[in-house]
Design a protein around this ligand. Structure first.
Ligand SMILES: Nc1ncnc2c1ncn2[C@@H]1O[C@H](COP(=O)(O)OP(=O)(O)OP(=O)(O)O)[C@@H](O)[C@H]1O
Ligand SMILES: [Mg+2]
Length: 267
């Protein structure tokens, strides 16, 4: 059986040497509240980045800016060689709808609350975006969907609708749906925080398998053991800034900053 992760993505070979995604000096405010103060990060192909930090620190806003659900006020955002926004005099200038459309084909996003289409079957949830966005035939879309559902232990669930599944199963469908689009990078925003501990383990296992297959991922998580075991790098955010980042075992086991130590002490 072929791998869950398709490395045959749309990026050209010149993109292979560049970070999959890069943000420089990202800034974002809501009204007078500065939520992202000056965030720079880049994620290379095959990298797994875990983003941790206290509530309100700006983690979701960062992911929302990276995935174009929010607009940066300032900063530069690129996907490979594709410039999505460039900074001119401290203001982020976006490249326009065609560029944003191309960028959206490069990433997948998995939220806390699954966001499946409630009236579609599991199979249709996976097939509809493939046919609509990637213009795959129904036959191609179903083949890819079934391959992924099989790998997620959901092979017998394709005719069910989301409310007939457990939360953990729904989240695995959401991950399969994102993977069906062959993204270059997957973003997760607290993928297990709505699940009980047992269902959490099933979802974490799937993400761990993806990491082993070198899927490029950025994961906002409160699961510190998971972050240490699965991530290559951990980034600790608080108050809209990156307080500390580095190899996962270093940041989690030997943080250099007092704020990181205080945060981790609560786990
Ligand atoms: N659409 C919005 N309008 C106004 N303020 C917002 C909006 N979205 C986020 N904020 C504010 O931005 C700050 C950062 O929120 P964000 O959701 O990014 O934090 P977080 O690190 O993801 O927290 P949590 O761990 O609780 O999910 C918070 O103070 C929040 O109230
Ligand atoms: Mg959040």
């Amino acid at each position: 059986m072929s791998a869950v992760v398709s490395h045959d993505t749309q990026a050209s070979s010149i993109d292979d040497a560049l970070p999959v995604v890069s943000l420089e000096h990202g800034k974002k405010s809501f009204g007078t509240t500065q939520v992202l103060r000056d965030i720079s990060l880049s994620i290379d192909k095959g990298d797994v980045l875990a983003i941790i930090g206290p509530s309100g620190g700006g983690k979701s806003t960062l992911l929302r800016c990276l995935t174009l659900l929010e607009r940066l006020d300032g900063g530069a955002l690129t996907y490979g060689s594709l410039t999505v926004a460039q900074d001119e005099g401290g203001i982020a200038h976006y490249g326009g709808p065609a560029v944003e459309h191309e960028a959206r084909n490069r990433f997948g996003l998995v939220f806390q609350n699954f966001n499946l289409f409630p009236h579609y079957t599991v199979l249709e949830n996976l097939c509809d975006p493939q046919m609509r966005v990637l213009k795959r035939s129904r036959q191609e879309a179903e083949a890819r969907a079934r391959e992924l559902l099989g790998r997620m232990d959901l092979g017998d669930k394709e005719s069910m609708v989301p409310c007939e599944l457990s939360g953990g199963q729904q989240q695995r469908v959401a991950i399969a749906r994102a993977l069906a689009m062959d993204p270059e990078v997957l973003f997760f925003d607290e993928p297990t925080s709505a699940l009980d501990p047992e269902l959490t383990q099933g979802v974490l296992r799937v993400i761990r398998d993806l990491a082993n297959e070198s899927m490029t991922m950025a994961i906002v998580t409160h699961e510190m053991t998971f972050a240490r075991d699965v991530a290559d790098r951990v980034m600790f955010m608080d108050g809209g800034t990156i307080i500390e980042q580095g190899p996962a075992s270093q940041v989690i086991d030997h943080p250099t900053q007092q704020r990181t130590r205080d945060f981790l002490a609560s786990y």
